[in-house]
Design a protein around this ligand. Structure first.
Ligand code: ADP
Ligand code: MG
Length: 253
């Protein structure tokens, strides 16, 4: 079964209209999803939009079978992460659709089979677009950048630190978009967990400029595309130099 699933039309069609796609990739991706009646963009699509807005993401390639997954893993370099890509599976780990830290082609092949098997168990009717092979981002301080379209205030940005800080302590901050650099600096410094970003014990200081740029670029993205109802960059690994978005979700109106 794992050898005959088809790649989504959106990936092949991009190639047939290269000029247009290159001119405005984000518009292309959004209108393709709308035409197909999909509100939740695939991770590949959300990350392609991020790239369009200079938001750094993990390198990725969409494999349509096990052989391709192994080949792409070699090209990307080990360790890699494999993830299910399906319009019918939004929370991938809930479906057993994420396997991290794969260190060889053999491991990739067996993880690929496992992910497809898990997806089938989770939802036998799920349309499978492929398996996403991506570079494994080294562990670091995790931050979250989000956007939500508030019925009253419009596009609103969110920032917080990952894990328990958001989930348990609700240590997050909001600003109405568009935001300025000053707004963004305020957002970052006003969360209670901010001292962690400045460096604490074994944790080195995070590259604040990289986080500032992600917030500014996210603001621009949601202002350019009012049809984006929700955006979630969760988590983003914040490094001493740079940052990397590990998972991106975009939901349209
Ligand atoms: P979902 O949120 O849909 O369940 P994610 O893509 O966020 O799936 O993956 C779940 C978790 O796996 C992430 O929160 C992160 O801890 C880890 N992970 C996913 N992709 C990577 C990656 N490329 N590098 C490192 N860790 C990853
Ligand atoms: Mg996630």
């Amino acid at each position: 079964m794992q050898n005959d699933f088809k790649p989504a039309a959106c990936f092949t069609q991009h190639n047939s209209s290269v000029e247009v796609a290159d001119l405005n990739k984000t518009s292309q991706i959004i209108s393709q999803a709308q035409r197909e009646g999909r509100k939740v963009l695939l991770e590949t699509e959300a990350k392609a939009i991020c790239m369009d807005y200079a938001i750094p993401v993990t390198t990725f390639k969409l494999a349509k079978n096990e052989d391709e997954a192994a080949k792409f893993a070699e090209q990307i370099g080990f360790p890699v992460v494999l993830k299910i890509v399906s319009p019918d599976i939004i929370h991938k780990s809930d479906a057993g659709g994420v396997i991290v830290n794969l260190n060889s082609a053999v491991e990739v092949r067996s993880a690929c089979r496992k992910i497809l098997e898990n997806a089938k168990k989770y939802n036998s009717a799920a349309k499978i677009v492929g398996v996403l092979v991506q570079e494994m981002a080294p562990q670091s301080t995790e931050v979250i950048v989000g956007a939500i379209k508030d019925p009253q205030f419009g596009q609103t940005l969110m920032f917080g630190l990952g894990g328990i800080f958001v989930e348990l302590l609700k240590d997050v901050t909001f600003r109405i978009a568009p935001v300025t650099r000053e707004d963004v600096v305020e957002m970052i410094t006003e969360v209670k967990a901010y001292p962690l970003l400045k460096g604490y014990r074994n944790t080195p200081p995070a590259d604040l400029d990289a986080i500032i740029d992600i917030l500014l670029n996210t603001s621009k993205l949601v202002m350019d595309y009012p049809e984006i109802n929700e955006l979630d960059l969760n988590p983003i690994m914040a490094y001493e130099k740079g940052a990397k978005t590990v998972d991106a979700r975009i939901i349209l109106e």
